[in-house]
Ligand binder design. Structure first.
Ligand code: F6R
Length: 611
């Protein structure tokens, strides 16, 4: 939700900031802006629309003036308070012209602060919550920027990652964060802030993450960081190993298809470092095998696709561990007085590691004494830092808003965690674990086969991309996969779609099935195949067109369905990982036929750092 950047150095800041914002557009893209500063004050350029439009606007202004600025901050917005408009765009410049702010997050008490500031003579010209930040800092400013920011911060409730300019200090930028991502990049005679690494990777690989309520002051000479008590602290600098190419499209038309194609490799990267001679080595640092053997119930807490991984995992973990296991939406979990204690393992799943609902779910679990392990893609993100133990998915940067490779690697780690717990509880022998691992290790090769022959899926997408409404049905684990397949389709193609447990359709929703309605029936769960065939017949009898997803020779399903998507024969543990991929592709090609903005679907953002 919103991307922020900042630059201080010797080079012209505008181009650097615009390039960096383009790399953050996945976080929000309904408006954009930049504030630049020098000894003459702060200049703001902002507009509704994408970075491209901002770039055009800036190119038509006094270029030599713009090129002269070497310090600035920038923002790409995902609107929460106030519609996308020029005035609601960031940066917000205080009415005195002294303070400019870019903000990612939500100031929950902004109405109260607004009223307070109006009482003290301040005026407002936007509908945003963020404008109170620039005005409040301005209100407290009496020549000392640190004191002004700290006094303002005490009054802010909510979440924030903020970049700040003071016109009296045109040689520096300041940054502050609470419950939102913010990294600091260390360059040679230049320094940066950004919401995410790809934004600045072209300029530096040396970064650190600002901690909770830490305040950073950046000049071209260096970076000073203070904790919430005002004490100076040092951060260890992390050298980013992955290449800038990993954050580029590499010849593909969209990040989404590139990331779908990367799945075999990233699955291998996620499995390999954790297996030694058929044994699972998770490398947990705080939760011991003894602790895991005492676990009596498990909650999997996440949002969106990560939650869908939890639903798939619930089915296979329940089968293996025979203890109560639930997948919970993080936004519900936190407010539902969860029944958890020290015998509960809460598994938190998050690609970004910054999803606010999920982060708050994690905190709730910790307060209530549960053991917590997170499965996270972004190293050292808030969720990774705050959980007792973390298992990283080695998926690399995921840029497309619709997740694919993160989902797949999360699924792999859920299997490994399941078998590890089963091992320590004495429910699986070492030989059984080794055999199960062997199934996982074969997934990348089988996936390559699927990814090399996409013609059938492309053909089906060309037949059905004009559908008004699509139903995904399945039973047991196939139902869990339907949830994700349906989300993928709707989020990028804007085709209305629903996922149903196949047996549930006839309890109401079948009334929506009419001549030509597309039903995608996932039929990999063999124990209930007969029931699925009956469900397919039910919708066919109402005029539906059916694509069946099958993983075995099954003439009966092929006979009743209009089309099939065939998954290679594989071990039962590999089925979910192989089944989801053609359905990701189907969503991708349908959206592509419709000409949708696949990597940046409307109204969405990659990292949801607001509640
Ligand atoms: C859908 C998608 C979202 C995320 C959800 C959680 O394609 O990407 O549903 O899965 O917003 O995000 P993370 O995993 O970053 O916590």
């Amino acid at each position: 939700m919103c991307g922020i950047v900042g630059y201080v150095g010797n080079k012209s800041a505008a181009g650097i900031l615009l390039d960096a914002l383009e790399k953050l557009e996945y976080r929000g893209y309904d408006s954009a802006g930049i504030a630049l500063t020098d000894k003459d004050g702060i200049s703001v350029y902002k507009t509704r629309g994408r970075i491209k439009k901002l770039r055009e606007i800036m190119e038509n202004r006094d270029q030599s003036k713009i090129d002269g600025f070497t310090v600035g901050i920038g923002h790409t917005r995902w609107a929460t308070h106030g519609e996308p408009s020029d005035s609601n765009s960031h940066p917000h410049l205080s009415k005195s012209g002294k303070v400019a702010v870019v903000h990612n997050g939500i100031i929950e008490n902004y109405l109260e602060l607004r009223a307070f500031l109006i009482d003290h003579g301040h005026t407002f010209c936007t509908e945003t919550d963020s404008e109170v930040v620039s005005e409040l800092i301005d209100y407290y400013y009496n020549g000392d920027p640190v004191s002004a920011v700290r006094r303002a911060e005490v009054q802010l409730k909510g979440s924030y990652a903020i970049g700040i300019l003071f016109s009296d200090y045109p040689w520096q930028i300041m940054a502050l964060r609470k419950d939102g991502p913010l990294i600091v990049g260390i360059g040679d005679g230049e320094n940066f802030i950004a919401s995410d690494i790809p934004a600045i990777l072209k300029h530096t690989r040396d970064i650190f993450r600002l901690g909770e309520r830490e305040l950073a002051i950046l000049t071209k000479e260096g970076v000073t960081v203070m904790d919430k008590y005002g004490e100076r602290i040092e951060h260890e600098v992390e050298h980013i190993q992955w290449d800038v190419d990993a954050a580029e499209k590499g010849g593909y038309p969209h990040f989404m298809i590139k990331e779908i194609m990367e799945q075999p490799d990233v699955i291998t990267k996620t499995i390999t470092p954790r297996v030694e001679d058929g044994r699972i080595m998770l490398g947990l640092r705080h939760i011991t095998d003894q602790d895991l053997s005492m676990i009596e119930n498990i909650k999997i807490v996440a949002c969106g696709s990560a939650y869908h991984v939890g639903v798939v995992a619930k089915y296979f973990m329940k089968k293996t561990l025979r203890i109560p296991i639930e997948a919970e939406l993080a936004s519900e979990f936190r407010y539902d007085d969860p029944i958890i204690d020290e015998h509960t393992l809460v598994i938190i799943i998050s690609q970004s590691g910054e999803t606010l609902d999920t982060l708050y779910g994690l905190r709730e679990a910790r307060i209530r004494g549960a053991r917590t392990i997170s499965i996270v893609n972004v190293v050292a993100s808030s969720i990774a830092n705050e959980s007792e133990d973390v298992l990283y998915t080695w998926a690399g940067p995921e840029i497309a808003v619709a997740t694919t490779k993160a989902y797949s690697t999360q699924l792999i780690l859920m299997h490994m965690l399941n078998w590890h717990i089963a091992g320590v509880k004495g429910l699986m022998s070492q030989e059984e674990i080794a055999a199960a691992i062997n199934e996982l290790e074969r997934i990348p090769e089988q996936l390559r086969g699927i990814l090399e022959s996409v013609e059938n899926v492309q053909y089906l997408s060309s037949l059905y991309f004009n559908s008004q409404s699509v139903f995904f049905i399945g039973r047991n684990i196939d139902y869990a996969l339907s949830l994700e397949a349906s989300l993928k389709l709707k989020e990028i193609s804007y085709i209305h779609s629903e996922a149903y447990a196949a047996g549930e359709l006839k309890h109401g929703s079948i009334s929506l099935v009419e001549d030509g309605t597309l039903v995608i029936a996932i039929c990999t769960y063999r124990p209930l195949l007969d029931k699925m065939i009956s469900n397919i017949k039910e919708v066919k009898a109402r005029g539906a067109k059916v694509i069946a997803v099958i993983n075995h020779d099954d003439s009966e399903t092929e006979r009743v369905a209009d089309h099939v998507i065939r998954i290679p024969e594989c071990g039962v543990n590999a089925v979910p990982s192989l089944t989801i991929v053609p359905l990701q592709l189907l969503a991708y090609y349908m959206a592509s036929h419709k000409g949708c903005d696949i990597d940046k679907p409307r109204n969405l953002a990659k990292s949801v750092t607001v509640e």
